[in-house]
Every structure is written in C-alpha cells, then in structure tokens.
Write a protein that binds this ligand. Structure first.
Ligand code: ZN
Length: 212
C-alpha cells in the first residue's frame, strides 16, 4: 500500500481506460445542474478532459482522481491533525447508523444525482436523498466543542485544505505524463460514438421522419 502518488495516478488512468469502452452516449441522464466535481476542475484540464468531452467520460476519471486526493488528506489528517481526526471519527460513528446511499458506488456513479430530475407538478412519494436526510436526523448530535477546540479545529481544517490543494498540484503534474494515453482512449472509444450521434442528428434534420 506504499505506492507513490504517481503510481496511483497511473492506476487511476488505467482503470478509467478499462471503463471507457463500456461507455455509451445514451447512458447518462441529462443534467440541469452543473457537476461540482467537474466544473472548472484543474485535474480534468490537465487530463485534457475539460472541453468537448461528454460529462460522464470526464466524471469517471475525476472521481477516480478525487479518491487519491481524499486518501492523501485522510492519511495526513490521521498523522498530524488530532482535533480534526477526533471530529471526523465522531462524525463517522454517527454516520454509521445513518443511511448513506452515496457510498460504495462505482466511480462512474459517484457524485452524480441519486434521484431523477423532479418534474413540476409531479412530486415523488419519496426520494433517495430525502431518505438519507431523514435517517441522518435520527442520530444524536455530539457534545459542543470548547473555544480552544474550535480554534484548533479551524486551523486544522485549513491545514487539511492546504494538503488537498498540494495533492491536487502533484496529481496535475503526474497527469501531464498521461495526456497521450488519455487522448488515445478518447480517439478510439469516445469520438467515433460522438461522431455517429452527430451524423444521426444531421440525417434527421435532412430527412425528418414522416409523421402520421
Ligand atoms: Zn461530474
């Protein structure tokens, strides 16, 4: 488990490359909200996946890279940030009891909306997000923090954030060495499907199906 960050980035790109051939343009639901993980992501920019690439394709790499950043921050927090560590393990204890539908998903689905877009005038009886919120409310809140602990927590959150930014910089640098591999995957599996889709659209415009 002592692999370098470069090794983990290489493995993430390989795993993404194994997934892409299974991607199809119709697989992903249309979104009306921008994706917080992908929008303006410096990692997707370094990967060359920030423009003219279907969202699902970029998202599948963004989630794999986010797992690397998260693991870096978690290990730094464990080793160096005792107050934040304690807070997180409290939060984890509470969350263990709650329903967490976002966890354990394949990276392709992580961070995507759990429920379909609501339609005006047609409310759902229940939504997965609603169920998760409900079950989180059933768990009691932890005891309040002292002022010193709050100050320590603020400092440690800032340090954890800096660690995340540092990891993002290192991952970006590592990605530069994989741009050719990523372009190859796009050219082989994604572009032909996008071209076929555009050609279909063009045919429909030229020869609209007869109605009636
Ligand atoms: Zn996304």
């Amino acid at each position: 488990m002592d692999r370098t960050l470069e090794d983990r980035v290489a493995a993430a790109v390989r795993s993404w490359g194994r997934w892409v051939p299974r991607w199809q343009p119709g697989d992903s639901r249309a979104r009306t909200r921008p994706c917080r993980l992908c929008l303006g992501s410096p990692l997707l920019r370094h990967a060359g996946l920030d423009a003219d690439v279907p969202h699902a394709v970029g998202h599948a790499l963004a989630t794999r890279l986010k797992r690397i950043t998260d693991a870096e921050v978690a290990s730094y927090t464990d080793r160096n940030l005792p107050t934040l560590s304690a807070e997180l393990s409290h939060a984890e204890d509470r969350a263990r009891v709650a329903y967490r539908p976002q966890e354990g998903l394949d990276p392709e689905f992580e961070g995507l909306p759990l429920d379909p877009e609501p339609e005006p005038g047609a409310p759902f009886l229940f939504t997965i997000e609603g169920l998760a919120r409900q079950s989180a409310r059933d768990v009691p809140a932890p005891p309040p923090l002292s002022e010193e602990a709050k100050a320590a927590l603020r400092t440690e959150i800032r340090l954890a954030d800096e660690c995340g930014q540092h990891a993002t910089t290192l991952i970006s640098r590592a990605l530069d060495g994989h741009q050719q591999e990523i372009r190859g995957v796009l050219a082989r599996y994604v572009e032909p499907q996008v071209q076929a889709l555009l050609a279909d659209l063009q045919r429909e415009l030229d020869f609209p199906p007869l109605s009636g």
